[in-house]
Design a protein around this ligand. Structure first.
Ligand code: FAD
Length: 362
């Protein structure tokens, strides 16, 4: 890709910032990354996320535009991961959705919503109803515990922390990239004068709130456990009356159990209630979680706009803001990246339009 500019400053080294930086540096651009925190991404939603890539499953809470972006990502992630200097766990073994008898009514409603999404987005692999025997074939360690479920073939997941680490190592290896840690910045710190970067790309997530007032945080609590006795091949979702619960397997017998969804930007530690709910749900899916070891209980807030949709915004010439990735950051990041590249190179994004994504020249 040839770029009509030479240099950029990227604000924020979470998910979008790192992805933009790697892509632009590979295209020959000089890149300066400014991050408020450290290389560990301790302030990024991306560090806490389960990183499931589940467009059909997420259509329970997301519109068709986000589903289309998620479908785009499933084929784009392998292309984006291939040139990175370290391997990143990525798989497309599908999603299994299960429920207990008392949640059958909610499961019926969910199945209707997913069927409706399938009709609107025919490129999605069709979901399948599965009985106890089919569930045991997909996930032998669950045995005959669940009478019914849904299987969503082709959905994916990746290892968020391995991705952040690999993007970082790739940036560190690039002679065109300078990384500035503990360096909070705002777009106004760059005046556009001679010697300044040609573009400022603002990927600060919730850190952009002072300039983008509509952003809000949506609190999520997740628990990481080490469970040598549990074997799950794919993310398993449990229908739950309050929020969709999931168990996402990661390499090394680690499992991410999440996530609460609370309308609050409170970043204080996880509540007892949330912790009990998440751990009970996991134990109800697989009794092997009883002897699991809790590695981490984490809280973060998802950067969210009023309509819960992502947006690209050009608040002033040569400043591009990418934000509002909400609970779908990993699932839609490749679509946001490709649309942002179109805006930077062509001044507008046909891809964003095809997804129904917001781009604003405000
Ligand atoms: C509990 C939870 C579970 C999730 N699960 C999933 C999932 O399964 N699948 C999925 O697709 N998505 C998931 N997400 C969503 C995903 O993590 C986010 O959408 C995504 O991380 C947003 O990316 P971002 O780059 O915009 O922001 P972030 O990843 O939050 O990065 C923003 C970065 O900007 C930095 N920053 C802030 N202010 C400044 C400043 N002034 N100057 C410089 N740097 C600054 C921050 O320190 C941070 O590093 C989950 C999120 C949470 C919280």
């Amino acid at each position: 890709m040839s770029l009509p500019f030479d240099s950029v400053a990227i604000l924020g080294a979470g998910l979008m910032g790192r992805l933009m930086a790697v892509t632009l540096a590979r295209s020959g651009c000089k890149v300066d990354v400014f991050e408020a925190g450290s290389a560990d991404a301790e302030g990024a939603a991306a560090r806490v996320a389960a990183a499931m890539l589940a467009p059909l499953a997420e259509s329970a809470v997301a519109p068709v535009s986000v589903v289309r972006m998620g479908q785009h990502a499933l084929s784009r992630w392998p292309e984006l991961l291939a040139p990175l200097v370290q391997p990143v766990f990525f798989q497309r073994e599908g999603t299994l959705v299960l429920w207990h008898r008392q949640d059958a009514a909610e499961a019926t409603r969910l199945a209707r919503v997913l069927a409706n999404t399938g009709a609107q987005v025919p490129e999605l692999a069709p979901m399948k109803s599965v009985d106890a025997r089919a569930i045991a074939t997909l996930e032998p360690s669950l045995g005959q515990r669940f009478a019914q479920g849904l299987f969503l073939p082709g959905e994916g997941q990746l290892d968020n922390r391995a991705l952040l680490a690999s993007l970082l190592a790739t940036l560190e290896a690039s002679p065109r990239v300078t990384l500035h840690w503990q360096s909070p910045r705002a777009p106004s710190d760059f005046t556009g004068a001679a010697g300044q970067p040609d573009w400022v790309i603002d990927c600060r997530g919730l850190g952009a709130r002072p300039q983008w007032n509509a952003l809000r945080g949506v609190r999520g609590e997740v628990i990481r456990v080490h469970a040598p006795e549990v074997s799950l091949q794919r993310p398993t979702r449990l229908v739950h009356p309050r929020y969709p619960l999931y168990i996402a397997p990661k390499p090394g017998k680690l499992f991410v159990i999440g996530a609460t969804e609370i309308e609050s930007d409170d970043m204080s530690p996880a509540s007892v209630r949330s912790t009990l709910e998440l751990l009970s749900a996991a134990y109800a899916v697989h009794s092997g979680f009883a002897e699991a070891r809790i590695v981490e209980i984490a809280t973060q807030c998802r950067p969210t706009l009023p309509d819960n949709l992502p947006a690209l915004r050009l608040p002033q010439p040569r400043v591009l803001q990418i934000n509002g990735l909400y609970r779908h950051g990993f699932m839609i990041a490749p679509a946001m990246l490709d649309a942002a590249l179109e805006v930077l190179t062509q001044g507008h994004s046909p891809l964003a339009k095809s997804f129904g994504m917001q781009t604003q020249d405000t």
